[in-house]
Design a protein around this ligand. Structure first.
Ligand code: FAD
Ligand code: UDP
Length: 368
C-alpha cells in the first residue's frame, strides 16, 4: 500500500502548481525539497521591510491570460514595469533597445534616423542568415549597440564568446522604435505584493511538505512511498549522469545592506562592459516601492558550473540539447516518473512557461 499518489521532488513553482492541482482532485501528495525553504528559485525573504529575491530578481510577465488568472488566485500583483538601465563604463542607456537608447547613443530624435544608422551599420557586415548570437545582435541593432550593450554582458553571463552562443538568447529582448522602456512585450506584468514565497505556501496547502530532504537519500528508505514521482531536479542526475553531465551556468549573489534610502534609483542596473566582474546590481526595494531607511542590493556574478554546484541557466547549445534528448528518450522507459520544470526538462523557462507546463502536465496526468 503506497502512502501517497505523488512524491513531488522540488517545492519550486512547477512542483507547487502540480501539487495544488492534484490535491484539488483528491490526490495525496508529498512534496520534498533539499533546500530548507519552499519556492525554489523564486524564494523571497523579508529583510529591513524589503522582500529580497534570494535566488535572483524575478519579474512575472506573460501573455497567457489563463496563467495570469491562475496566478492571481494566490496573490495580488502590483503595477511594476521592468525598465532596467545599462551602465557601460558610466554611460547610462535605457533597455530594452528603443528610441531612448538610440537617441542617447547617436544623439538623434526620430525612428527614421535610428533605422538609417542601424541599416548602414548592418550593410557593412553583410550577414544574411544570423548563425549565432553575435550575428543576430549585430543584425538587429548594429555595431555600436552590440559592442557597448551586448558583447561584454553576454560573454560575462554565459562565459563563452557570442560567436559560440545560440541566436535565440538575444531574441528574448524586445527591439522597438518607440520611446518605451518596458523590458517585456507581454500583456500582463507585475511583482506579487508581499513576495513569491507566500504564493507557493498557498499552493502547497493540502500537501505534506518535507524540507531539507534530498531525493537521492530519501528514496533509499522510501522506495514504495508513492504511486508516481514528479521530479523537478536535474534529469541527468536522476539517471546518475549515465550519458554524461549536462552543462549549466551558475550564479552567485553578493548581498549588501546599505545605510541609505536609495542606492541606484532603479531595480535592475546591468553592467554591460567586459571588465566589471558582476553582470548586474539588483536593488530589491524598487520592485514593491518598499519603505525602509535602508536598502538591500545584490551583485550578480555568473560563473562556470561544476558538478555539485547549484544549476541556474541551461546552456542550450547543440551539444547539450542532443545530450538532453538522450535523457528524454531514456525517461520514456520510466512510466512512473514525470519530469518537469527548468531542471527536469533542461529549458530556459520563464515562470509563466513553467506554470503553463505544470498545468498541462497535471491535466494530462489526471485525465489518464
Ligand atoms: P526551481 O525553482 O529551481 O525548483 C526546483 C526545486 O527542486 C528546487 O527548490 C530544488 O532545491 C529542488 N530539488 C532539485 N533537486 C532535488 C533533489 N535531488 N532533492 C530534493 N529537491 C531537489 N523567470 C521569469 O518569469 N521572470 C524573471 O524575472 C526571471 N528571472 C530569473 C533570474 C534568474 C537568475 C534565474 C536563474 C531564473 C529566472 N527566471 C525568471 C526563471 C525562473 O526562476 C524559473 O522559471 C522558475 O523558478 C522555475 O521553477 P522550477 O520549479 O522549474 O525550478
Ligand atoms: N543581454 C545583453 N545586454 C543586456 C541584457 C541582456 O546583451 O544588457 C542579452 C544577454 O545575452 C542575455 C540575454 O540578452 O543573456 C537575455 O537577457 P535577459 O535579461 O532576458 O536574461 P535573464 O533575465 O534571463 O538573465
Amino acid at each position: 500500500m503506497k502512502n501517497y499518489d505523488y512524491l513531488i521532488v522540488g517545492a519550486g513553482l512547477f512542483g507547487a502548481v502540480f501539487a495544488r492541482e492534484a490535491t484539488k482532485m483528491g490526490k495525496k501528495c508529498l512534496v520534498i525539497d533539499k533546500r530548507p525553504n519552499v519556492a525554489g528559485n523564486i524564494y523571497t525573504e523579508k529583510q529591513e521591510n524589503i522582500n529580497v529575491h534570494k535566488y535572483g530578481a524575478h519579474i512575472f510577465h506573460t501573455s497567457d491570460k489563463e496563467v495570469w488568472d491562475y496566478m492571481n488566485q494566490f496573490c495580488e500583483f502590483n503595477n511594476y514595469i521592468n525598465s532596467p538601465i545599462a551602465n557601460y563604463k558610466g554611460e547610462l542607456y535605457n533597455l530594452p533597445f528603443n528610441m531612448n537608447t538610440f537617441s542617447k547613443m547617436w544623439n538623434i530624435q526620430t525612428p527614421a534616423e535610428a533605422k538609417a544608422i542601424i541599416e548602414s551599420q548592418k550593410a557593412e557586415l553583410n550577414i544574411s542568415e544570423p548563425k549565432n548570437l553575435e550575428e543576430q545582435g549585430l543584425s538587429l541593432v548594429g555595431k555600436d549597440i552590440y559592442e557597448k550593450l551586448i558583447k561584454g554582458y553576454t560573454q560575462k553571463q554565459w562565459g563563452r564568446p557570442c560567436t559560440e552562443l545560440p541566436a535565440f538568447i538575444i531574441k528574448r529582448l524586445p527591439l522597438r522604435f518607440t520611446y518605451d522602456n518596458n523590458y517585456f512585450n507581454d500583456r500582463y506584468q507585475g511583482i506579487p505584493i508581499g513576495g513569491y514565497t507566500a504564493i507557493i505556501e498557498k499552493m502547497l496547502e493540502g500537501s505534506d511538505v518535507k524540507l531539507s530532504t534530498d531525493y537521492f537519500d530519501f528514496i533509499k528508505d522510501n522506495a514504495d512511498i508513492a504511486e508516481k514521482i514528479v521530479f523537478t531536479g536535474e534529469i541527468d542526475k536522476f539517471y546518475n549522469y549515465e550519458f554524461g553531465p549536462l552543462e549549466w551556468r551558475a550564479v552567485r549573489f553578493e548581498n549588501e545592506t546599505l545605510d541609505e534610502e536609495n542606492y541606484q534609483g532603479v531595480a535592475v542596473m546591468n553592467y554591460t562592459d567586459a571588465e566589471t566582474p558582476f553582470t548586474r546590481i539588483i536593488e530589491h526595494k524598487h520592485f514593491e516601492n518598499s519603505v525602509s531607511p535602508k536598502t538591500i542590493i545584490s551583485k550578480e556574478y555568473s560563473s562556470e558550473w561544476k558538478l555539485g554546484d547549484d544549476p541556474y541557466y541551461p546552456i542550450n547549445n547543440d551539444k547539450n540539447n542532443e545530450l538532453y534528448q538522450k535523457y528524454l528518450e531514456r525517461s520514456k522507459q520510466d512510466k512512473n516518473v514525470i519530469f518537469g520544470g527548468r531542471l527536469g526538462t533542461y529549458k530556459y523557462y520563464d515562470m509563466d512557461k513553467v506554470v503553463r507546463a505544470a498545468l498541462d502536465t497535471v491535466k494530462a496526468e489526471l485525465s489518464k
